[in-house]
Design a protein around this ligand. Structure first.
Ligand code: IPM
Ligand code: MG
Length: 360
């Protein structure tokens, strides 16, 4: 199969981790006889430096012409980088929000599971970690607070900011349908997370999810308030299968879920639209403090490439192959510095990529 990818290395550790994911994809190509073609585009701070904007329309057009986008990370240190002196619509994150919107990537899948080998790195008590967990956070990605109108103005001499949180029933329905569909291929449970005791948008969310649930009698579902969910994630993460939630709650809960897997460097993600097209990226940020030091954990990006094979190209066997190679390397005791523990062998970002590629 020929797979045409747009590649956004981005900022910070982005270029390092994407290089390792490409190494692994090329190993997959060799073994299973596929050809991966890569065209690089700029987004984020590197795009600001080169073009003055965080994402050009030409870059969007290139992304749209491909089968999928592989992304590293964007952004810099928000207190020291000159990118954050720019108006908000010209900052690195605006590029990410723009590409999600332009490509219609409304469904963000963030799987969080605890590898047997990483139980040592899990910050939860042993009696909780021992039960393990395997959940998928399904985050709505193109609506809600991050896309509502916002402004800051002076009202009667007082600086006042507002952000609009808007969801319509169609936006809720399409993400709920995706969540129930995917739950059907997993452990058949959806936990829909909202703040329906306060927010109208959450009350609508709950109503639409209930309607969608009627079409899936074989899937069990429950509603959970977001504050309770934040607590349950550290108290009893094994209870979750698919966690369905809106944009901001999903942003926050997915960072929490990643941390209990041992490191944010382990969490892959896929952002999908109605078609097979997807953008695949690690859930973690650009980690400017360790950028360029060959220290970053490339596993989240490598697992994101596996998700790409599975969701965009239907190459399940190949995706399984990447996941098995990651497990194997962990079992052999290799760790990047974020997940290292006593008795394991610390390796660099590029060594981790080499080890995984060699086991494909
Ligand atoms: C993420 C990130 C982004 C988001 C930022 C960089 C805009 O935190 O992908 O979770 O909030 O969506
Ligand atoms: Mg986030």
């Amino acid at each position: 199969m020929e797979c045409n990818l747009a590649v956004i290395k981005g900022d910070g550790i982005g270029p390092e981790v994407v290089t390792e994911a490409i190494k692994v994809l090329d190993a997959v190509g060799k073994k299973y006889d596929h050809s991966f073609q890569y065209e690089q585009i700029l987004m984020g701070g590197c795009s600001i430096d080169a073009t003055g904007v965080p994402l050009t329309d030409e870059a969007v057009a290139i992304a749209k012409s491909k089968d999928a986008v592989l992304l590293g990370s964007i952004g810099g240190n928000t207190s020291t980088s000159p990118w954050y002196q720019l108006p908000p619509e010209l900052r690195p994150e605006a590029g990410l929000l723009k590409i999600r919107k332009e490509l219609g990537l409304f469904a963000n899948l963030r799987p969080a599971n605890l590898y047997e080998e990483l139980k040592e790195a899990c910050p939860l008590k042993a009696e909780i970690a021992d039960k393990g967990f395997d959940m998928l956070i399904m985050r709505e990605l193109t609506g809600g607070l991050y896309f509502g109108e916002r402004s800051t103005m002076e009202i009667d001499g007082v600086l006042t900011a507002h952000d609009n949180l808007i969801y319509n029933e169609n936006e809720i329905r399409r993400i709920a349908v995706k969540a129930f569909d995917i739950a059907g291929k997993r452990r058949k449970k959806v936990t829909s997370v909202d703040k329906a005791n306060v927010l109208d948008s959450s009350r609508l969310w709950r109503k639409v999810v209930e309607e969608v649930a009627k079409d899936y009698p074989e899937i069990s579902y429950e509603h959970m308030l977001v504050d309770n969910c934040a607590m349950q994630l550290v108290k009893d993460p094994a209870q979750f299968d698919v966690v369905l939630t809106e944009n901001m709650f999903g942003d926050i809960l997915s960072d929490e879920a990643s941390m209990i897997t041992g490191s944010i460097g382990m969490l892959a993600s896929a952002s999908l639209n109605e078609t097979k097209f997807g953008m695949y990226e690690p859930s973690g940020g650009s980690a400017p403090d360790i950028a360029g030091q060959n220290k970053a954990n490339p596993i989240a990006t490598i697992l994101s490439a596996a998700m790409m094979l599975r969701y965009t190209f239907d190459l399940d066997k190949e995706a399984d192959g990447i996941e098995a190679a990651v497990k194997q390397v962990l079992k052999e005791g290799y760790r990047t510095c974020d997940i290292v523990s006593e008795g394991t062998k610390q390796v660099s970002c590029s060594e981790m990529g080499d080890l995984i590629a060699a086991r494909i």
